[in-house]
Design a protein around this ligand. Structure first.
Ligand SMILES: [Zn+2]
Ligand SMILES: [Zn+2]
Length: 877
């Protein structure tokens, strides 16, 4: 027996922390850019520092960890680069909330004070998130941990901005943007969600100047009429062909505006005539540009009506709408109000209605990069599963210039400096020393950049860009990006743009898109529903390996999955099974030697398990190559549980408990050999338990080891076939015995007829003896039923006759039949009595009488069988 103690039960909490420390202390996660090995790299999608990690992160991170560990085990130098995202607007909102909760008068807080608070927030959450990631088992290179707003990333951001400004692709201009009144900032098109809201169509009269006639116009936002500068109709619309070019009067403000013809106007919608407010509607803005219309802004950035709204100044949009409608009614300019549900753009963060506004902002031209982004798809990078490329393509085809400035404090401040004296704009990596006017005083732009502007650079800013570093040389472009489908356009597309723009390369080869982790009922996990499950709580209870295995298996790539505790339990049971099997082997062998050599006489089951191990490992690597880790996990689960534990270990006992020392030694070696391979193959999925078990039998760190394929000389396909034949036979014999409730201790002879596997059975009769309670195996020469009473077990390759005498306990059977006879006797005499009673047979309906007769007949038949049985057994007692 090996001199080793292994806990009786699997208790992950006793070793997971220790194992993680072992990896860290030995630098197992640290990538070497100078290594000769082939390189593999992934950047972790940086979690937002707004909160701790949720189950979706646990899934996302496990996928990446499994992938990285697989690559290490195939001899790659792996860099998994971790970090966190400052998440500009999302964090800013939370920091303000926290300050308000503390009773701080936020109106008095300076930019500096705010940033100090935000940085404290960042420190706290980065520490928390890092700790969580370590509990999950993430094998990230912590020596390279980054933050989107750290010094290096900031340099990269400035360079990206300045270079694109110089190319003319970044510009400042007045454009229609989405303004969130709630967050007090512009937001990008991608951040606008669309919701169905109840509302009305207000039909208004716009009088045609100098006549009593009017144009009827339907609008959902009557308050914007204060900013109207035209009415538009479709040039082909017969109804309006006489009014094009005429002047109409905007109600309330009595502004005289032209009627213009524009093909954008839909003939079918509303009344066919549109009021045009270039300042407050995206489409009106475009029409305004085409017809050179004035743009009058009437809503201020806080959502109230501004000085151009005259007497309505200071009112909210809602109040103003009410007042305007009532005034229109008074002036007899309101035709009707028709209830109408319409699609309203809302802010993805605060869900307030987004106000389209013309505002001076920084933009990035997307035309060229979008074209290139489409061009390189499936040439330089691909989506896995491929169906997700549709989201990418659709977004790119409809893309507009990206509004990149935000009226916030938490973020990368825009590297634009305005001369205090002549107001000239200088865009530069640092504050300029002097202006062409001679001034040396500058003020930096107050705004910060959209949070996606810096995360777009993540794959290379984290590797030292803009410097030329060893890391960039070795690890860029990265290989795989793992992320959820919900941020394909927010993030994936922008990384492609930035990569092309700054490095002339796609930043990754493959984008592995995974689904969401939903709750048991299939709902999205969310704070408002309170149905989120904390990954750490699951780890505390079941261990990180169980959580990981559950998240990885049982779902197909790209699809959502449901979080079910039964599935976590099943994964934990699997870990338990592995623990117990390992314990049996480790405590049972005389040494941990697994060096199988030519002195070892391999048995059928040895050859079988080694050949199967080889096939399974190839399958697992195949799936890993296709990034389908779930399927690989399932294959391993079946192999470990059904083949290694349930069959191989059982057959090995024949030799372990036998007399032949050489055979015993070989069995021990094969047991160890397969166990070691199983540990290595399972390591990516369940790194803690496998490393812990490995530490008992080896001085090496399992995660550092590469996978050596099973030696070709051990492989024997024929053995797999023959072992299958034997296992089928054993299963079939066990089933037959189970049906008769025969205890395993009751041994029986087996008479076997098989056409093709006579030698196989004859040579391996010990398996049947050991595993199917046989005491003798007799091969039959012809396919003929033996003379003796028997039970037959059949498989596709053999027939097995088990003598009834061997397995049936005749005394017990005699007692059972005797009891049966008494019962039947009673029933028969009861029915005979009933049917001989004329009162019954005369009165009862014929159907009832027939039924009773039928019953009696049945009982009599059963009685015959019972009597026959008793007679047979009596002769054997
Ligand atoms: Zn908002
Ligand atoms: Zn100047």
């Amino acid at each position: 027996m090996a001199n080793i103690e292994m806990g009786k039960t699997y208790s992950p909490s006793e070793f997971e922390e220790k194992i993680y420390k072992l990896w860290e202390d030995n630098g197992c996660f640290i990538a070497n850019a100078k290594s000769e090995k082939p390189k593999f790299s992934i950047v972790l999608p940086p979690p937002n520092i707004t909160a701790q990690l949720h189950m979706g992160h646990a899934f996302d991170h496990t996928l990446q960890d499994v992938l990285c560990r697989f690559k290490r085990m195939t001899g790659h130098e792996v860099l998994w680069l971790p970090g966190t995202d400052h998440a500009s607007i999302a964090t800013e909102v939370k920091v303000w909330d926290a300050m308000r909760e503390e009773g701080i008068d936020v109106d008095k807080v300076s930019r500096e004070e705010f940033l100090k608070r935000a940085n404290q927030w960042k420190e706290k959450y980065v520490a928390r998130i890092t700790k969580q990631m370590k509990r999950i088992g993430n094998s990230c290179d912590w020596s390279r941990q980054r933050f989107t707003m750290d010094e290096g990333c900031n340099k990269a951001v400035n360079k990206y901005f300045v270079e694109n400004y110089e190319k003319g692709l970044i510009y400042k201009g007045s454009r229609m943007i989405n303004w969130c009144v709630g967050c007090g900032t512009s937001i990008s098109d991608a951040e606008v969600e669309h919701e169905e809201k109840e509302g009305n169509f207000y039909h208004l009269k716009y009088m045609i100047k100098g006549t009593d006639e009017f144009l009827e116009i339907a609008t959902t936002r009557p308050e914007t009429l204060l900013g109207d500068t035209a009415v538009a109709v479709n040039p082909t619309d017969e109804r309006f062909k006489d009014v094009i070019g005429k002047t109409v009067i905007v109600p309330i403000v009595n502004r005289e505006v032209p009627v213009v013809a524009d093909a954008y106007v839909d003939l079918e919608t509303g009344t066919g005539a549109l009021k045009i407010t270039p300042s407050h509607d995206v489409n009106d803005y475009a029409i305004g540009e085409r017809h050179d219309l004035e743009s009058i802004c009437v809503i201020s950035l806080d959502g109230t009506m501004n000085e151009n709204a005259d007497k309505y100044q200071g009112m909210t949009r809602e109040q103003c709408r009410k007042e305007i409608v009532s005034q229109l009614k008074d002036e007899n300019l309101l035709v009707k109000i028709v209830p109408h549900n319409h699609n309203v753009g809302t802010c993805y963060r605060c869900h307030k209605v987004v106000e389209p506004m013309v505002s001076e902002q920084w933009f990035m031209n997307m035309d060229e990069v979008a074209k290139r982004g489409l061009d390189i798809l499936n040439k330089e990078f691909k989506f896995v599963p491929q169906r997700f490329e549709k989201i990418y393509v659709n977004w790119l085809e409809g893309i507009r210039d990206w509004c990149i400035s935000r009226q916030l404090w938490w973020g990368h401040r825009i590297p634009a400096y305005y001369c205090d004296d002549c107001n000239k704009t200088h865009v530069a990596l640092e504050m300029p020393k002097s202006c062409s006017c001679g001034s040396s005083k500058f003020t930096q732009d107050e705004d910060v950049l959209d949070t996606w502007f810096s995360s777009a650079l993540w794959p290379f800013s984290t590797m030292g860009y803009p410097e030329k570093t060893d890391d960039l040389e070795a690890f860029y472009p990265t290989n795989v990006l793992v992320t959820g489908y919900d941020i394909i356009f927010f993030w994936v597309a922008r990384m492609v743009f930035a990569g092309l723009s700054q490095t002339d390369k796609a930043p990754f080869d493959s984008v592995l898109i995974h689904g969401l982790v939903r709750d048991e009922k299939g709902r999205k996990m969310s704070k408002s529903l309170g149905n989120g499950i904390d990954p750490l709580e699951v780890i505390d209870k079941y261990g990180a390996d169980a959580l990981r295995f559950m998240l990885i298996t049982g779902n197909t790539p790209g699809n959502d999955q449901r979080f079910q505790f039964e599935r976590v339990e099943a994964a934990r049971n699997f870990a338990n099974k592995l623990w117990n099997a390992s314990r049996f082997v480790i405590m049972g062998v005389s040494s941990f030697d697994s060096d199988i050599n030519s002195d070892d006489k391999l048995t059928l089951s040895d050859k079988w398990i080694l050949t199967r191990l080889d096939a399974v490992s190839k399958k697992v690597f195949d799936y890993a190559e296709k990034l389908d880790f779930g399927a690989g996990g399932d294959v391993l689960y079946d192999f470990v549980w059904n083949e290694y534990c349930d069959w191989y270990i059982e057959t090995s006992k024949i030799r372990l408990y036998g007399e032949d020392e050489n055979a015993k030694k070989t069995a021990e070696k094969v047991l160890m050999y397969v166990l070691k391979k199983i540990l290595k193959l399972l390591e990516p999925f369940m790194p803690f338990i496998t490393e812990e078990i490995n530490s008992l039998i080896s001085d090496n760190i399992l995660m550092n080891e590469v996978f050596e394929p099973v030696k070709a000389e051990f492989l024997d396909e024929n053995a797999v076939n023959e072992m299958q034949v034997l296992m089928d036979a054993i299963r079939s014999m066990r089933n037959a015995r189970n049906e008769l409730d025969v205890p395993p201790s009751k041994k029986a002879k087996a008479y076997i007829y098989t056409k093709d596997y006579k030698n196989c059975f004859a040579e391996n009769s010990s398996y049947l003896i050991f595993l199917a309670s046989c005491n003798e195996v007799i091969m039959l020469d012809e396919d003929k039923e033996p003379e003796f009473d028997n039970i037959v077990a059949v498989t596709s390759t053999c027939k097995i006759y088990i003598p009834s005498d061997d397995i049936i306990d005749y005394k017990k059977e005699f007692d059972r039949l005797s009891k049966e006879k008494v019962k039947l006797d009673k029933e028969i005499s009861r029915l005979e009595k009933k049917l001989s009673n004329k009162a019954f047979t005369d009165k009862a309906p014929q159907a009832v009488v027939d039924k009773e007769n039928e019953k009696l007949e049945n009982y009599q038949k059963m009685m015959n069988d019972v009597l026959l049985g008793i007679k047979k057994i009596e002769s054997k007692l």
